[in-house]
Design a protein around this ligand. Structure first.
Ligand SMILES: Cc1ncc(COP(=O)(O)O)c(C=O)c1O
Length: 301
């Protein structure tokens, strides 16, 4: 990564390459870490964070679900994000926040220390693929979404991403862009790093929270779509319903809406008419062209 970039680490802005942890740290060797990623968009008055308040709330909830304690308050984390954006002169890009145990732990599993905190401001680049809403292909993953009684699926915990990694790897090896996972009870869950929506007869449908990540993009789409007359429902969606969907799209922070053009052996219109409306809605929101959603942004200046 660009060595000119600065990382906010436990209260200090330091060079990117110096932001490291010991190999035997609990965070690295046992994956005890949680994180957040949210978008930075350039508004008329400078860089603005998309729903930073909600992302930081989810980070705090994640720590609580895992019985871990953050060393900083929500306000302090927001100030850290601002300082990092300022030090990086960030325009369009992402903020990534990582909370982890840097303490070495060879045998000990439960630590008493508070989590370290690192904040990264990452400029837009081709590799990040931000706003790249090109149609994607999706298959049904052979891997199921981790059951919430094994680890909290609602926490954005680094360890949970082995599950997502396997689903993506399996999909790629079959020639698909992404894998859609079912929950262990056989209903639609989500992709590796994306929420999944289906459309049938004009209704936007997505699984309820409980067995999936409480995605901020998902929440935003569910709140905004009814405002343009698209009905939304959250309920356990069967595999048959995925196959019979008129349209499918996925959503996450980096790319608000990605239309699915192929699901297993089924071609789909991508984007279909409803997906197109949702894409336009979200695009208008992130380009500050929809006054109804201005309070979804927080200034980073
Ligand atoms: C498993 C999973 N589902 C959904 C999402 C989308 O969440 P958000 O809208 O907060 O980016 C992500 C994002 O990384 C994810 O990892």
């Amino acid at each position: 990564m660009n060595s000119d970039l600065k990382v906010w680490l436990n209260g200090k802005l330091i060079p990117w390459r110096e932001a490291t942890v010991p190999l035997l740290s609990h965070g690295f060797s046992r994956s005890s870490a949680i994180f957040e990623v949210f978008g930075v968009h350039v508004g008329p008055k400078g860089p603005m964070a998309f729903r930073m308040d909600e992302h930081i709330k989810r980070l705090m909830q994640g720590a609580e679900l895992l019985g871990m304690e953050l060393a900083y308050s929500a306000e302090e984390i927001m100030e850290a994000a601002k300082a990092t954006v300022h030090a990086t002169s960030l325009g369009r890009g992402l903020i990534k926040i990582l909370a982890y145990w840097s303490e070495e732990a060879i045998i000990k599993l439960v630590l008493e220390s508070k989590l370290d905190l690192a904040v990264f401001a990452i400029p837009e680049s081709e590799g990040l693929g931000l706003d790249d809403a090109k149609p994607i292909s999706a298959c049904l993953s052979k891997w199921r979404k981790i059951h919430p009684e094994t680890v909290p699926a609602g926490a954005k915990a680094c360890a949970n991403y082995l599950n997502g990694y396997l689903a993506r790897k399996n999909a790629n090896s079959r020639g698909f862009d992404i894998g859609i996972m079912l929950s262990t009870d056989g209903f639609l869950a989500e992709g590796s790093i994306e929420s999944v929506f289906i459309i049938k007869d004009g209704v936007l449908k997505t699984p309820p929270l409980g067995r999936i990540l409480s995605s901020i993009t998902r929440m935003s789409i569910l709140q905004a779509a009814p405002k343009i007359g698209i009905p939304v429902v959250e309920y356990p969606i069967t595999v048959d319903e995925i196959y019979a969907a008129d349209e499918i799209f996925t959503a996450h922070t980096g790319i608000k809406v990605s239309p699915v053009t192929l699901f297993e052996n089924r071609d789909l219109q991508a984007p279909g008419p409803v997906t197109k409306q949702v894409m336009r809605l979200m695009e208008n929101i992130i380009h500050f062209n929809d006054d109804r959603f201005m309070d979804w942004f927080q200034p980073l200046t």
